[in-house]
Design a binder for this molecule. Structure first.
Ligand code: GUN
Length: 298
């Protein structure tokens, strides 16, 4: 029996995509500008190919130009860097995204550093990381930005709230903490070495779980009425569905947490859909900035 409000990320993402599509139509009509996103994927990881296909489809559905470069796993690093250089110089390309992870022979930090920061729609370049932490206009990583949008839609002003971010990755945990700090939350960044994690968690009005461990956060870690954002997407065996079947679960034990929380995101259908919607939003913002146009509020 759940008492928490279930935060419908699918619906929020659809609404954001619709706002992006409106903004794109306006940019075309008023400035003759069509934002364009180029995605590069190296290798043949099936899950990554699904993500990249979805990115392309949703980019086109928003009225933007989508290009995808699918490179073989053995692509030399220099070839990838040369492609990025070419896209950096291409005025008709406003956003560049290199799908991660990259094959082991390619130095990820070198590749991310090669992307022109104003085209870095993932927000992973150190310049954007620095801008985010110093309160300057940054392109912000899509998943934490999506989490923040969901939080603000549910909570409103986050000023003075106690937040805990569980996980310290560059993609989610660290930028999430920066965004919450910028909203004047008191932020704890927890990780695998954190002492007394359940107790720290119970102090929080806002819990963002991004550790990649299935159902690690238990119901009795959650303060009554807290808002829980579950970034985890973990595939686990589901024998109850039949032999060899599996299912997706988050980093939070949903059944338990939903009895205590004020609101919670489900998995799937919570944070997940927000990521690509925020990528589309970042592409519009990047295209506007590159053309000296005030970016719309999205
Ligand atoms: N792989 C998993 N998540 C992401 C993401 O947000 N951006 C990129 N480029 N690769 C990813």
């Amino acid at each position: 029996m759940s008492s928490a409000e279930i935060i419908d990320g699918k619906a929020y993402a659809a609404a954001l995509r619709a706002r992006v599509a409106d903004a794109v139509a306006t940019l075309k009509a008023s400035h003759g500008l069509t934002p364009a996103l180029t995605v590069i994927i190296v290798g043949d990881d099936p899950a990554s190919h699904v993500y990249v296909r979805n990115k392309g489809t949703q980019t086109e559905e928003a009225g933007m130009v989508s290009a995808t470069h699918r490179l073989p796993a053995e692509t030399p690093e220099a070839v990838l860097l040369a492609l990025i250089e070419k896209l950096n110089a291409d005025k008709a390309c406003h956003g560049i995204l290199v799908q991660l992870p990259l094959p082991k022979h390619i130095d990820e930090s070198k590749v991310l550093a090669a992307i022109q920061p104003d085209k870095d729609v993932d927000g992973f370049h150190v310049i954007n990381v620095g801008r985010l932490w110093t309160g300057q206009d940054a392109l912000v990583p899509c998943t934490p930005f999506g989490c923040l949008m969901l939080l603000k839609a549910r909570v409103g002003d986050l000023w003075g709230k106690r937040a805990i971010v569980i996980g310290r990755s560059n993609i989610v945990g660290k930028p999430m903490a920066a965004l919450l700090l910028a909203e004047s939350c008191t932020v704890t960044i927890a990780h695998s070495r954190t002492k007394d994690l359940p107790e720290r968690c119970r102090e929080a009005d806002i819990v963002v779980a991004a550790v990649g461990r299935p159902e690690m956060v238990k119901g009795d870690w959650i303060k009554q009425g807290a808002v829980v954002i579950d970034v985890g997407i973990n595939r686990v065996p589901a024998p109850e569905k039949g032999d060899g079947k599996s299912k997706l679960v988050g980093d939070v034990n949903f059944e338990e947490a939903a009895k205590v929380a004020g609101a919670i995101t489900p998995v799937p259908g919570g944070v997940g859909p927000m990521t690509i919607a925020c990528l589309l939003r970042n592409t519009v913002v990047a295209a506007c900035r590159q053309n000296g146009i005030d970016a719309p509020e999205l």
